[in-house]
Ligand binder design. Structure first.
Ligand code: FAD
Ligand code: MG
Length: 342
């Protein structure tokens, strides 16, 4: 999907949230293009322009530190020093890398923050996107191994052990950013807010009157903002990974941006999207990608093993499968999909 349609899709998703009943608010929402996507924040009650400023400043700070695309971000410095020397970085970045390592281990490498050479090779979502050759894919795969990241918390350094290794935090850093936005909002004494960082949604508090927020979950077959189901949540995050977010088509085949660390190609396991519902957005972001790469059977086992974690799996055959507690929040509303309870 090109940049323009992605922005339209993101705005449409924001619209879903804003237009579901009961979302009356006192201050207009604010949207900015940051973290490679449209980020929208809705503050309710005591929201103020200053808090919006603080939030977007923090999102830009996170982008400047953690972007794999910005020359001279701290992440870029780690990548350029791969195989050469450790780089001193801000504790924020150490926290995110350590959380990424935690999920790399949990997902047995299906999720891997050293996926950078493969992401760069495919460049899906950029002007350079292309179908790479087998030899290029093999070369990129040989550089991927989360065990070759050395984090020294005391020295505040990160080191990639082999030259040409490359970190990419695209699957986790938006979740961290959503948690940070939530922290700023709570510190300002604001009890109710909705944050949408390009599909990473954080719903703080509840609706006025005590009802839960109703969040539409994007129909993965429709990028015009249609939703196939609704989650009713309080103080939860919903993070979706899907094949509709960033892709290109070549010779009638779709190549999307969630990449297999086994074969180097976009994951092709019958899944269209996964939504994770959880209390914390960094984990939900890492998990939405991890579960997608692991696939339904292994992904469900991983999700069920974690506290406060539910997942909704949507397949190309229009079936929807969930973890055992997901139906506490989720209702299917589009009957072209069928909910399978197994
Ligand atoms: P998710 O499923 O959460 O993540 C998919 C992304 O994770 C892929 O795009 C890839 O980057 C990575 N990934 C793929 N396979 C794996 C795997 N097996 N294990 C681990 N990670 C994997 N986009 C731009 O176009 N331009 C920018 O300048 C830009 N800057 C960004 C800066 C930051 C700090 C962040 C967090 C994102 C930025 N992005 C930018 C967007 C980024 O490139 C990803 O496309 C985006 O984060 C994908 O998020 P998602 O929620 O759609 O999908
Ligand atoms: Mg993710």
């Amino acid at each position: 999907m090109n940049r323009y349609s992605e922005i339209i899709a993101t705005l449409a998703l924001t619209l879903i949230i804003a237009t579901l009943p009961g979302c009356a608010k006192t201050l207009p929402s604010q949207s900015e293009f940051v973290l490679g996507t449209i980020c929208t924040v809705n503050l309710y009650d005591q929201g103020s322009p200053e808090v919006y400023h603080q939030i977007f400043d923090r999102l830009r700070e996170i982008e400047n530190r953690m972007s794999a695309n910005l020359e001279d971000s701290e992440l870029d410095q780690i990548n350029r020093m791969a195989g050469i020397r450790p780089v001193v970085v801000h504790p924020d970045l150490i926290d995110v890398i350590q959380r990424a390592l935690y999920f790399a281990e949990k997902a047995d490498g299906a999720f891997d923050p050293t996926v950078g050479p493969l992401v760069k090779l495919w460049s899906i979502g950029s002007d350079d996107e292309r179908l790479p050759g087998e030899d290029e894919i093999a070369a990129a795969l040989s550089l991927i191994n989360w065990r070759d990241i050395v984090v020294d918390r005391e020295q505040g350094t990160v080191f990639l052990e082999r030259p040409l290794m490359r970190l990419d935090l695209g699957a986790i850093a938006k979740g961290y950013a959503a948690d940070e936005a939530g922290r700023i909002i709570r510190a300002a004494g604001i009890k109710r807010a909705l944050i949408d960082l390009g599909g990473n949604i954080l719903a703080l508090g509840e609706k006025k009157g005590g009802a839960p927020w109703r969040v539409g979950i994007q129909n993965p077959l429709d990028n015009r903002g249609a939703y196939f189901g609704i989650a009713e949540v309080r103080d939860k995050t919903l993070v979706t990974s899907g094949i509709y977010e960033r892709f290109f088509e070549y010779d009638g085949k779709r190549y999307h941006h969630i990449l297999s660390t086994q074969d180097g190609y976009p994951v092709d396991n019958g899944l269209l999207s996964i939504t994770v519902i959880s209390g914390n957005s960094i984990d939900a972001d890492a998990l939405s990608t991890s579960l997608f790469v692991l696939g339904y059977e292994q992904g469900k086992i991983l999700a069920e093993s974690l506290d406060d974690t539910e997942a909704i799996f949507v397949f190309t055959d229009m079936s929807v499968h969930c973890t055992s507690g997901a139906l506490e929040y989720f209702t299917l509303t589009d009957t072209t999909f069928s909910l399978i309870q197994d």
